[in-house]
Design a binder for this molecule. Structure first.
Ligand SMILES: Cc1cc2nc3c(=O)[nH]c(=O)nc-3n(C[C@H](O)[C@H](O)[C@H](O)COP(=O)(O)O)c2cc1C
Length: 453
């Protein structure tokens, strides 16, 4: 069963271009201000004004150098490089908002769980429980090299490591400290009761972590868990761990099948299948009238850089598109990078074949997500349809121009959705988990989540 109303995240990156190409050139675009804190504070205020659950930050550690075998195209077009670390923006953005959440992407392949558990607990403390962890396994060979790993691990092995990584984090977040361990008793001079703090003594294939956790329990203990796996192995991992999944199928049929499959997998694991939230990406292009929206779309589409788009996809899929003919049909491959990105065009809709040229054209505005163009009512109709009929819980909004895509949506579409009772007027609770699940008091991870069993 889908959420009662539509939940919204802004899907962004602390960089110039994220999943759109060429539109930093559009007049008025301010994506070059990603280094300016004031830019991000305004983004946070706008998202909260629109009743968003959160700002969702993607992040990578390498450079897109698969296309043509070098980084030239990606660098020239600011494809996810240059970029800064998103986590450092979060406390500042939290300080100018009261309810907005922040999902931070962190890789289980290139971090250590003890260190990352500490970083996320710290963020959860200083935001009063408004943090989510977007668990990724990473895909760029160049990132592996930068981080001193000779070879990027195989796709499925990255998930094996991620399983163990999460086991360590869960033990630190959920089991290491009792709720009442901190007594702060001035009389007896006891700050923390020693028997309220346990080692975790974790010994595994990848990690040995004695613990205990260095941080006292934060409001949510375990941050809200996001995941985006769509390969077979990725889905298994998501069904074990995720509370919300980022759906990356470009067609309605793909989204329907994905949701059904994931709910079944969650149920097989003894989890309440309705406790999984589904967020497809969406690329809204909205104008006061349909004509204005269409004009905007034409400008954006003209500004797309096809080569840059192929350089971005080449990194996602680990396939050098520069060697392929634009009229050639995209053939399915088993990739060591993001399997879901190639599946989106080869597997998810058996009725549709894509050529390289069609993929490049489609993907220039938001990669694998549908672009919705129209006046506020038309865009709201589309989102309402996806929520009511297809069963998605909400959307990750992908930006074309910044902050224009967000501002247009909040100023024009959100009022229309509010009139229909489809976007919140007020937040349910203080923490991100309460707001995501529309339930005041639901701050802790569900009891049927594997981390708590
Ligand atoms: C919608 C979406 C967003 C993603 N965002 C990131 C990201 O920001 N950083 C990152 O390293 N990987 C990101 N990934 C990729 C994951 O790290 C991982 O490689 C991928 O989920 C593996 O997917 P698969 O199970 O479909 O093969 C993303 C994947 C998808 C589908």
């Amino acid at each position: 069963m889908a959420a009662d109303y539509i939940h919204l995240n802004l899907f962004t990156m602390n960089s110039v271009e994220h999943v759109t190409t060429g539109n930093w050139r559009t007049p008025g675009d301010q994506s070059h201000r990603y280094t300016d804190l004031d830019y991000w504070l305004d983004v946070a205020r706008t998202a909260e004004r629109g009743g968003f659950d959160g700002v969702f930050f993607a992040d990578v550690r390498g450079i897109y150098d698969v296309y043509g075998g070098d980084r030239e195209t990606a660098v020239e077009n600011a494809i996810q490089t240059p970029s800064n670390d998103p986590a450092y923006l979060v406390p500042a953005m939290a300080s100018v908002t009261d309810h907005l959440g922040f999902a931070v992407t962190k890789s289980t392949s290139y971090n250590h769980p003890y260190q990352l558990a500490r970083e996320l607990s710290t963020l959860d403390h200083v935001t009063d429980g408004r943090v989510a962890f977007n668990i990724v396994t990473s895909y760029l060979e160049s990132a592996a090299a930068n981080l001193g790993v000779d070879d990027r691990m195989d796709h499925d092995e990255r998930y094996d490591r991620a399983d163990e990584f999460m086991d360590v984090c869960y033990a630190l977040w959920e089991d290491s400290w009792d709720d009442d361990a901190v007594v702060r008793d001035r009389e007896t001079g006891v700050y923390t009761a020693p028997d309220g703090v346990e080692a975790i003594d974790f010994e595994g294939e990848y990690f040995d972590v004695p613990g205990p956790h260095g941080c006292e329990p934060s409001p949510q203990r375990t941050p809200v868990l996001y995941q985006a796996g769509s390969s077979e192995r990725g889905r298994a991992f998501a069904a074990d761990n995720a509370e919300a999944v980022f759906v990356s199928q470009p067609t309605e049929r793909g989204v329907r099948d994905y949701i059904e499959d994931m709910r079944e997998r969650a149920a097989e694991r003894g989890r309440d299948p309705d406790d999984l939230r589904f967020f497809p990406g969406i690329v809204p292009v909205v104008g006061e009238t349909e004509e204005i929206a269409r004009k905007k779309y034409e400008t954006y589409a003209e500004n797309v850089d096809t080569e840059a788009t192929l350089a971005l996809l080449a990194g996602f899929i680990d396939l050098d598109f520069s060697e392929l003919d634009p009229d050639q049909q995209v053939e399915h491959i088993e990739t060591e990078a993001i399997q879901g990105a190639i599946n989106a065009f080869t597997k998810n809709d058996p009725d549709r074949d894509w050529t390289v040229g069609e993929v490049a054209e489609f993907a220039g505005l938001g990669t694998t997500s549908p672009v919705v163009v129209g006046d506020p009512e038309q865009v709201a109709d589309r989102l309402e349809y996806w929520h009511e009929e297809v069963g998605v819980d909400g959307f990750n909004l992908k930006e074309i121009v910044r902050p224009g895509t967000l501002e247009d949506f909040v100023d024009m579409v959100v009022p229309e959705l509010r009139d229909r009772g489809l976007v919140r007027e007020a937040y349910e609770g203080q923490t991100l988990r309460e707001n995501l699940f529309e339930e005041a008091g639901r701050t802790a991870l569900a009891e049927d989540h594997p981390a708590r069993r």
